[in-house]
Design a protein around this ligand. Structure first.
Ligand SMILES: Cc1ncc(COP(=O)(O)O)c(C=O)c1O
Length: 429
C-alpha cells in the first residue's frame, strides 16, 4: 500500500450523518480495503466471500481484469463528453439493444428499440416514469414490496410502509401484494398469486383511466428476494395491457443475468413496453442506468425534459460495454440458471429443514421464519456468524428474516464450494 492512500483502519467518520448508517446490517461494521473476484479483504487482512456484491452490481466480481483494463484505457482517452457523442456511448447503446432485443419475442420491437442512459437506478426509474407519463398521464399500479430507489420521487413508490415519509406520488397510485408464500408450497403460492390478480383486475376495471403504467419488479430484490412464478407476471402484464396501461419492468437488480436472462420479462414472455436496467451495468465501478423501449414511446419525450451532467459519460459507457461483452462471450448468463439450481440443491442438503431455500438463476434466498413466526433474530445471528466465518450474505426482507445470496455470475465452483462449507459449519455449530 502506498503512503498517500487513506488509512483504512481509521475510526468511522464523525462527519457522517446518522441517516447514512445501516446499523441493522452486520457488514456495516466492516471496513474493506481490497476486492478481487468474489472476495473482499478487511483492514485486518481477513478475507470474505462477498455474496452481496452491491446487490448485483458486482456480477463479474470485484476488479475484473477486463473491466479494469477497459476503464484504464478509457481514462487515458476521454471520460466525460457532456451533451456530445462518444464511440463508447454508441457502442453501448447498440450492444444493449442487441442483447435485450435478442430475447424479445416481438421482432418489430427488436428493430425499433431505443436506449436512454442515466447515472443510476433511481434516475432510470424516474426517466421511465417520465416516458410513461408523457404517453399516458396517470398513477402507477405497483407491488407493495417493490423497491425502486430512494430519490424523492422513487421513495414515494418504494416499499409501501416507508413510502409516505416525503409525501405522495404526483398521481395516486394503486398497490397489489407481491406473492411471498414460497415456504408454504406451490399451491399456497398459486393461491396468493390468484388473489393478487383478482385484486389487480378489480383495480383496473374501476381505475384504468386514472393509471399510466404497471411498474413491476419481476422478483423483489432489495426488500427480500421474493420470486413469483412467471405466469403470474405474464397474466398481470396482460391485464394491464388490456386496460391500456404501459408495462414497465424494473430489472435494475434482477436483469442482466441475475435470474438467468438478459431480461427477465422478455424471457418470461411478458414483453414490457419499457425495461429499466442498472447496477451490474456499471460493473461495480461506476453507477449506470438505462431505459430501453420502443422508439415510438421513447421519442414522445421532447428535448429538455431530461438531463444529467454525467449521463452517458464515455468512462461509464466503456465499462458497461465491457460488462456486456464479458457476459456474452463467456456465457455466464446462459449457465447461471443451471449453476444456481445445482447450488441450491446442495445447500438444501446441509441446512436445517426449518430454513427454506428459494431462488432463481444466481439469486438465492434463505428464509428463517417458520410459518408466520418471524425468524428475524435467527437470521441476524446467522448473518453475523457467517460473516465471522468469512461469508457475507445480505440480511433482508420486511421482517429482516431472510438472507439473500448474491454471488458474482462468474463465481468459480471452488468459491461456491467454500461458501457451502461455511454454511455447513454454521449449521452444525
Ligand atoms: C429494483 C431496483 N430499482 C431501483 C433501485 C435504485 O437503484 P439506485 O440505488 O442505483 O438508485 C434499486 C436499488 O437497489 C433496485 O434494486
Amino acid at each position: 500500500m502506498t503512503s498517500d492512500q487513506p488509512k483504512s483502519h481509521s475510526p468511522p467518520a464523525n462527519y457522517r450523518p446518522i441517516g447514512t448508517a445501516r446499523s441493522h446490517d452486520p457488514i456495516s461494521k466492516l471496513t474493506f480495503v481490497r476486492g478481487a473476484g468474489p472476495y473482499v479483504w478487511d483492514a485486518a487482512g481477513s478475507r470474505y466471500l462477498d455474496f452481496i456484491g452491491g446487490y448485483s452490481c458486482c456480477s463479474l466480481g470485484h476488479s475484473h481484469p477486463r473491466l479494469v483494463a477497459a476503464a484504464i484505457d478509457q481514462l487515458q482517452r476521454i471520460t466525460l463528453a457532456h451533451a456530445a457523442n462518444s464511440a463508447a456511448r454508441n457502442a453501448l447503446e447498440e450492444k444493449l439493444c442487441e442483447v435485450i432485443g435478442a430475447q424479445s419475442s416481438e421482432p418489430s420491437q427488436r428493430l425499433q428499440q431505443k436506449v436512454w442512459l442515466t447515472t443510476g437506478g433511481a434516475r432510470a426509474v424516474e426517466l421511465a416514469w417520465k416516458i410513461a407519463s408523457t404517453h399516458r398521464p396517470g398513477g402507477i399500479l405497483r407491488f407493495d414490496l417493490a423497491y425502486h430507489g430512494r430519490s424523492l420521487a422513487t421513495a414515494t413508490i418504494s416499499d409501501t410502509k416507508r413510502a409516505p415519509s416525503f409525501g405522495s406520488p404526483p398521481h395516486p397510485d394503486k398497490i397489489v401484494p407481491f406473492p411471498v408464500n414460497a415456504w408454504a408450497g406451490p399451491d399456497a403460492l398459486a393461491e396468493q398469486c390468484n388473489r393478487s390478480l383478482a385484486m389487480a383486475h378489480a383495480i383496473l376495471e374501476k381505475h384504468h383511466s386514472d393509471l399510466s403504467m404497471l411498474l413491476m419488479e419481476p422478483a423483489i430484490g432489495s426488500r427480500g428476494y421474493y420470486f413469483a412464478p412467471p405466469w403470474f407476471c405474464r397474466q398481470l402484464a396482460e391485464l394491464a395491457h388490456q386496460h391500456g396501461l404501459l408495462v414497465v419492468s424494473d430489472e435494475i437488480q434482477m436483469g442482466l443475468g441475475r435470474l438467468g436472462a438478459w431480461s427477465v420479462a422478455c424471457v418470461d414472455g411478458w414483453e414490457p413496453d419499457l425495461i429499466i436496467l442498472g447496477k451490474a451495468l456499471g460493473g461495480g465501478i461506476v453507477s449506470m442506468g438505462a431505459v430501453l423501449g420502443a422508439a415510438h414511446l421513447m421519442d414522445e419525450v421532447p428535448e429538455g425534459i431530461e438531463s444529467e451532467t454525467y449521463a452517458a459519460m464515455p468512462l461509464g459507457c466503456r465499462i458497461g460495454l465491457e460488462v456486456l461483452e464479458v457476459l456474452d462471450q463467456e456465457g455466464w448468463i446462459r449457465s447461471s440458471a443451471e449453476r444456481g439450481e445445482q447450488w441450491r440443491r446442495e445447500i438444501r442438503e446441509i441446512l436445517p429443514a426449518s430454513i427454506t431455500v428459494d431462488g432463481r438463476g444466481m439469486g438465492t434466498v434463505l428464509e428463517f421464519s417458520e410459518g408466520y413466526e418471524s425468524g428475524a433474530e435467527t437470521a441476524r445471528n446467522w448473518a453475523i456468524d457467517l460473516s465471522r466465518l468469512g461469508l457475507l450474505l445480505h440480511l433482508t426482507g420486511p421482517a429482516r428474516d431472510r438472507l439473500a445470496v448474491i454471488p458474482p455470475l462468474n463465481v468459480s465452483c471452488e468459491a461456491l464450494a467454500e461458501a457451502r462449507a461455511i454454511l455447513a459449519r454454521k449449521a452444525t455449530s
